[in-house]
Design a protein around this ligand. Structure first.
Ligand code: HEC
Length: 151
């Protein structure tokens, strides 16, 4: 009796463990080295990210040579923008698209209009860009509209 109970317990614990194991393709355990925001700002301009983006609270000479919709980065969001989100947006732009835009403004079919930097950007540049951008996002706490009780 006790033996079968123990076996059942083991099976249960094992399935719980397997259930919790992350997907091998998950981003768990991923950490970028510390970046430098000042260098990130310079990189943002050097790589001409400002051809298509503004950054909240940052004066950048708008390089408006690209005929594309300007996508605003930074500012108040109703959720925390993690560096995982930013890294993914930069190195895999078509994984998830920016919210608040018509799809034909920012996408060509299923592909983002953001160009790929993956064959020219260094990891240091990526870390610096993410550190720079992250400083310009704030979390806006959701405040529900107060309703007067109705009797
Ligand atoms: C040719 C125009 C273009 C250039 C250049 C460009 N982007 Fe983008 N970027 C876009 C578009 C369009 C989107 C929205 C579609 C998407 O989410 O992929 C976007 C999305 C993003 C987002 C996600 C925004 C959100 O709200 O989800 C980040 C972060 C970003 N870009 C960073 C960069 C950085 C950093 C650079 C320079 C290394 C850069 N971009 C260069 C066009 C561009």
């Amino acid at each position: 009796m006790i033996k079968s109970f123990k076996t059942a317990l083991c099976v249960l614990m094992l399935s719980a463990l397997v259930g919790c194991a992350p997907d091998p393709k998950s981003g768990w355990g991923f950490t970028l080295p510390e970046g430098d925001a000042e260098r990130g700002k310079a990189t943002f301009v050097a790589l001409q990210c400002n051809a298509c983006h503004t950054v909240d609270g940052v004066e950048l000479d708008a390089d408006v040579s690209e005929d594309v919709t300007t996508v605003a980065l930074g500012g108040k969001k109703g959720y925390v923008v993690t560096y995982g989100d930013l890294v993914t947006s930069i190195i895999n732009p078509s994984h998830r698209f920016a919210l608040g835009y018509q799809s034909d403004e920012i996408q060509e079919g299923e592909v983002s209009k953001m160009r790929s930097y993956n064959d020219e950007m260094t990891v240091t540049q990526l870390a610096d860009l993410v550190t720079f951008l992250q400083q310009h996002y704030q979390v806006e706490i959701y405040v529900p509209t107060p309703f007067v009780p109705y009797y």
